[in-house]
Design a protein around this ligand. Structure first.
Ligand code: PHE
Length: 350
């Protein structure tokens, strides 16, 4: 067969084989078959020596052209296969950004913070401002201006961690009242709640902790009465324990309020009939409160002839223990996830 025809036939065969190759690895075999040392082309090249010398250059050129052409055909096919492979991979790995993401495990807001936030929401809805203050306080704000002078027996009620003579870890959140009244300069009405950590030298046991949380409330205005205090506390009790709860005020003593009261809420377990939970009294004590003492108003720059106020202090742990039937206050601080997770609220961390 004439060489030209032979080469054309060879090219057809190559094209046919390339069409059948579907993987890049397959191309190597085709390449070896058509361009390798033992390939037809190499054999033809070997036969060149039998040709008359004047025909050799043209023959050699034709074979080389064919080699380049074959190599180009194979490269083209390789590029095609590579492109197809990338295309397939892209299709396979395509991300549907409209699909919902995996459900990330979110933490649980600590039950004490949940209660503080509930109280904040409740009071902000009634026009209160949330105020915070430092946990390291001065004696003056924690005691003196709250009508608890040095050597007053009430200081023992609040056995204190002193840092030095003048500085201490606050024993209640009441110093934030003092700070706010001083900040307001004795003129503006005050309507605040002050949540935060407090400290007392108690030995830790199921009902005592050397660190605990309070929310203090203070209202000072020109016609503030005990009825306002009672109505406010009733609102808190119902919000925290349910709409059917009643409250009861009992006379008590705090140096910074006069009169002072202890506030009980009707027992949720027996609805006030008496049961072991409320020690058969029908009521459970939840907080202390009273009308702000004139000495406190004066010491904080408010004229007691013009202004009256009420204040209350809620123990957050106690509230949580009553609300959820928790027996040991220490459970709040040990961060056992089995405990913490019980208070997970639907719809996220808050
Ligand atoms: N500060 C008081 C305490 O910690 C609570 C309290 C606040 C009582 C305000 C009356 C009025 O014990």
């Amino acid at each position: 067969m004439e060489v030209k025809k032979q080469l054309e036939a060879l090219e057809k065969t190559l094209i046919g084989k390339l069409a059948d190759v579907s993987k890049p690895e397959g191309l190597n075999d085709v390449k070896a078959e058509f361009l390798g040392k033992k390939a037809v082309l190499s054999r033809l090249m070997g036969a060149m020596k039998d040709l008359p010398s004047e025909e050799r250059p043209a023959f050699g050129e034709r074979i080389n052209q064919t080699k380049r052409r074959f190599a180009a055909l194979i490269d083209e096919k390789r590029a095609e296969l590579d492109a197809a492979r990338i295309e397939a991979k892209l299709l396979e790995e395509r991300i549907d950004v409209t699909l919902p993401g995996p459900d990330l495990a979110s933490g649980t807001r600590h039950v004490l913070n949940q209660i503080v936030e509930d109280i904040e929401d409740l009071f902000m809805g009634m026009g209160y401002v949330v105020k915070e203050g430092p946990e390291v306080e001065c004696d003056d704000y924690n005691f003196e201006r709250l009508n608890i002078p040095k050597h007053h027996p009430a200081r023992d009620m609040q056995d204190t961690f002193f840092i030095d003579k003048e500085r201490l870890l606050r024993t209640h959140t009441s110093p934030v009242q003092v700070r706010t009244m001083l900040e307001y300069g004795g003129e503006k009405p005050v309507k605040i709640i002050c949540p935060g950590k407090t400290y007392r030298r108690d030995d830790d046991d199921p009902t005592h902790s050397h660190q605990f949380m309070q929310v203090e409330g203070l209202v000072v205005d020109e016609d503030t009465t005990m009825a306002d205090l009672k109505g406010t506390l009733e609102t808190v009790a119902k919000a925290m324990f349910g709409a059917n709860r009643r409250i009861r005020l009992r006379p008590s003593y705090f140096p910074f309020t006069e009169p002072s009261v202890e506030v009980d809420v009707s027992c949720a377990a027996c609805a006030g009939d008496g049961c072991p939970m409320c020690k058969h009294t029908g009521y459970i004590e939840i907080l202390g409160a009273g009308m702000v003492h004139n000495n406190v108003l004066s010491a904080c720059g408010y004229d007691p002839k013009r202004y009256q106020g009420f204040a209350f202090g809620i123990g957050i742990e106690r509230l949580a223990m009553l609300k959820y039937g928790i027996a040991d206050i220490r459970d709040f601080y040990t961060n056992d996830l089995r405990f913490n997770k019980q208070f997970k609220r639907p719809g996220g961390a808050r």
